[in-house]
Design a protein around this ligand. Structure first.
Ligand SMILES: C[S@@+](CC[C@H](N)C(=O)[O-])C[C@H]1O[C@@H](n2cnc3c(N)ncnc32)[C@H](O)[C@@H]1O
Length: 231
């Protein structure tokens, strides 16, 4: 939605018809369009404590959960111009996309940025901001500087398949600005060789790796799995 708004501001002098707004929405969607997007409730692995005979009702249950979550999201941020994004069908694919593609990362505490930002404010504004944020900062105490664990979607990384003996690793290093991640080769990679990353802790035993990968909807058959697969 933010990308759409930005594009709209840039295009404001042009055509403002509903049709042109829809094409801007599609343009804003482009980076996300690369993501692998199965509907969340269709692919999620059946939890161990759910019997196979209850699979249909389990999937219906999490679809209902997504519906409730979508209603809450709509109450908070619905925007008529972006209405196509708020259908249950699209929402199911978006949650699925985050589940299947996202990269866990760590970002510096935003409170550090906050301090830099308020330092630049005129005195009266600075005082106002400090008054508003004091209870939050008091509650955080020394934890204000603790880096935040997060998860993010990176279009290029989302095109990479998994291997338990990967030849690359996805990193989000301190020096990479927000909005960027890097893929680092773990060794020489031959021309035409597929670049793979590991979606999980590849040091886990075979059975645990496969159980974690079930959440991505596949059984790994990489060379390490073939070697370690029990007969
Ligand atoms: C992040 S996407 C990877 C890119 C995806 N293959 C595509 O075409 O866009 C993750 C999905 O790719 C597929 N995938 C990734 N690694 C795989 C592997 N080693 N074997 C089989 N399927 C895999 C699974 O369907 C998984 O849910």
């Amino acid at each position: 939605m933010l990308r759409y708004k930005k594009l709209k501001r840039q295009n404001d002098f042009q055509n403002k018809s509903a049709e042109s707004n829809f094409s801007l929405l599609m343009e804003a969607w482009k980076p996300l369009s690369m993501g692998f997007k199965k509907r969340w409730w269709d692919y999620v692995a059946l939890p161990e404590d759910v019997d196979a005979s209850d699979e249909d009702s389990f999937r219906q249950e999490i679809r209902d959960l997504a519906f409730t979550s979508l209603q809450l999201l709509k109450d908070a941020i619905f925007d008529a111009e972006c209405a196509p994004l708020f259908s249950l069908e699209v929402y199911g694919h978006i949650i699925g996309m985050f589940e299947l593609n996202n990269l866990d990362l760590v970002v510096a505490s935003p409170v550090e940025d906050y301090f830099i930002h308020i330092d630049d404010l005129p005195d009266d504004k600075k005082e106002e901001a400090e008054k508003a944020t004091a209870p939050l900062l008091d509650a955080l105490d020394d934890d204000y500087a603790v880096p935040c664990d997060g998860t993010a979607f990176f279009p290029l990384q989302s095109c990479m398949n998994h291997s338990c003996c990967p030849n690359a690793k996805a990193f989000k290093r301190d020096e990479d600005n927000d909005g960027h991640a890097v893929i680092i080769a773990l060794g020489p990679i031959s021309k035409d060789e597929e670049i793979t990353i590991s979606y999980i802790d590849e040091e886990l035993p075979y059975e645990e790796r496969q159980a974690e990968l079930a959440d991505y909807g596949f059984t790994c058959t990489c060379s390490k799995c073939q070697e370690e697969k029990p007969n």
